[in-house]
Design a protein. Structure first.
Length: 183
């Protein structure tokens, strides 16, 4: 039978000397368990940046604002921490979108994806292979309409349309191994 911590009101399982791990660590550090003080860090409210509703991490700031403060001396309050769900933003000339949890099987579990690759994965109803790329027919990286996208394979020779490669393979088989086409 698992014993409970011997400190009154503590419901945690006993680990060392009849105390839970938290009370044992207090005793080890301070010399007594301070039974009147509850265990666990209390959150002190929300981030002091006006529009941010995240819980405080340190110095009155949430973790992202605190990291910004420590890295550059400015929390950059006007700059959003992460695009809101459903929004997209541009990175290196391509749109990046948030992927809903039920569709992450198309992106290998990633919560964000390049929009053109995500659109193609949806069209194929499968994740893209590492040697597949998505080409923009118009050359406009921000035009991710399905009719503007082509699936390319980067295996030998580099950068050809999958449909062209299939036609090339069929022509090659007709020329050198016509008996394999009938199988």
């Amino acid at each position: 039978m698992i014993k409970k911590c011997s400190v009154d009101g503590c419901e945690r399982d006993a680990k060392e000397r009849g105390w839970c791990h938290g009370h044992y660590q207090r005793w080890k550090r301070l010399g007594h368990v301070q039974a009147e003080r509850p265990l666990g860090r209390k959150t002190q409210g929300t981030c002091k940046i006006g529009t941010c509703e995240r819980t405080i991490y340190a110095r009155g700031l949430c973790a992202p604002h605190y990291r910004r403060q420590m890295a550059g001396g400015d929390v950059r309050a006007e700059q959003p921490i992460r695009p809101p769900a459903g929004d997209r933003h541009i990175s290196h000339g391509y749109y990046v979108v948030n992927v809903p949890p039920e569709m992450r099987y198309l992106t290998g579990g990633d919560s964000q994806a390049l929009e053109h690759r995500f659109v193609m994965a949806q069209l194929l109803n499968r994740p893209l292979w590492p040697d597949e790329s998505v080409h923009h027919r118009s050359g406009d990286r921000l035009d991710n309409r399905p009719e503007n996208l082509e699936l390319w394979s980067r295996w030998q020779p580099r950068g050809q349309r999958v449909a062209d490669k299939i036609a090339f393979a069929v022509e090659l088989l007709r020329r050198y191994a016509p008996d394999l086409l009938s199988k």
